[in-house]
Ligand binder design. Structure first.
Ligand code: SF4
Ligand code: SF4
Length: 315
């Protein structure tokens, strides 16, 4: 396979429930009825079968559930299953890291990865850090992030200080929040790439990998370019996705979510993240210690997710 055989797949089934109660999220404490959970499980099983069968592509998969997926056994089992396939380069999920991580012992740590969001107010910092230490001990790739709300800043600083330098901490600009220069400086001191997130990217008419080497897939197999342009371009299960893939320009005015604009060609963020694109780990991380934005203190660690539907959830 050549690099042009790479296909990045963002998958989102119907699951929209979550165990957390984040005040900035429309999915907070939402409960899915049993029939929806059964449908979500069946859809995921079908998708996993498609991944297994699609061996002519090098696939990288990111699960982006509306709610929390890792509290459901079928997401954990699917990540383990896909991580062992030779044509799967990455299988990752956005998670609040509330669920225990022992299941990852069965996964291939070179392929499975987590995009973990810390939600102050929903979990004690030490509890979240214990999960991070467990992932480090297991050698599982993960990034950690926070939503850049003013009331989160102290917790974000403390989290950065407690994490080993090798763990990348990202900051997502909060929906609807306009950052002053001083606020931007403070958040950039924690995440040197905060500038990517702090303002939406003008994208209309610009070439984007979405719809060419990246797709968004819904539970029923509907394929779209990305999560932010609702028009379908094909279906995963009737094979029409193949003919749909071609160079395309963005038809939206703005792209303001990381899982979208990483594919905007002009930003060249695939060069920045390379193999860490889906779990959001820059290839050049950690920065040399002289360039680190904050002093990093030793951690106890052994190795050292309302957004409206047009936008992904924070976790
Ligand atoms: S720039 Fe964003 S909204 Fe436009 S096609 Fe790419 S991912 Fe989709
Ligand atoms: S932001 Fe993430 S963790 Fe918080 S309620 Fe929403 S889905 Fe759950």
């Amino acid at each position: 396979m050549t690099p042009t055989d790479d296909l990045y797949v963002l998958y989102r089934g119907p699951l929209a429930s979550c165990n957390y109660d984040c005040p900035y999220c429309p999915f907070a404490k939402r409960v899915d009825p049993p029939e929806l959970l059964r449908a979500d499980r069946a859809d995921l099983e079908r998708f996993a079968g498609w991944v297994e069968a699609t061996t002519d592509r090098r696939l990288s998969v990111l699960f982006t559930p509306w709610g929390e997926g890792l509290t459901r056994s079928w997401y954990r089992d699917t990540i383990v299953r896909l991580s062992h396939l030779p044509h799967v380069a990455r299988v990752a999920i956005q998670t609040n890291l509330a669920a225990r991580t022992g299941w990852l012992a069965e996964a291939n740590p070179r392929v499975a990865a987590l995009w973990a969001t810390y939600h102050p107010g929903q979990v004690r910092r030490e509890t979240f850090l214990d999960r991070c230490r467990d992932l480090l001990a297991r050698g599982v790739r993960f990034s950690v992030g926070v939503v850049g709300l003013p009331e989160h800043h102290d917790e974000a600083v403390a989290l950065r200080a407690a994490l080993p330098p090798a763990v990348y901490l990202w900051v997502n600009a909060a929906d609807g929040h306009v950052y002053t220069g001083e606020e931007e400086r403070r958040w950039t001191a924690l995440d040197p790439r905060f500038g990517d997130s702090v303002r939406p990217h003008a994208s209309l008419g610009l070439p984007c990998h979405a719809g060419e080497t990246a797709i968004s897939v819904l539970g029923d197999g509907t394929v779209r370019r990305c999560h932010f342009i609702p028009a379908p371009i094909g279906n995963l299960y009737d094979g029409t996705w193949r003919a749909a893939l071609r160079p395309r320009a963005c038809t939206n005015s703005l792209c303001d979510c990381h899982i979208g604009y990483v594919h905007l060609k002009s930003l060249r963020l695939r060069d920045v993240y390379a193999d860490g694109l889906l779990e959001r780990i820059p290839v050049a991380w950690p920065l040399p210690s002289s360039a680190l934005p904050l002093p990093i203190v030793a951690a106890r660690c052994p190795g050292a997710h309302p957004p409206p539907p047009a936008r992904s959830r924070p976790a």
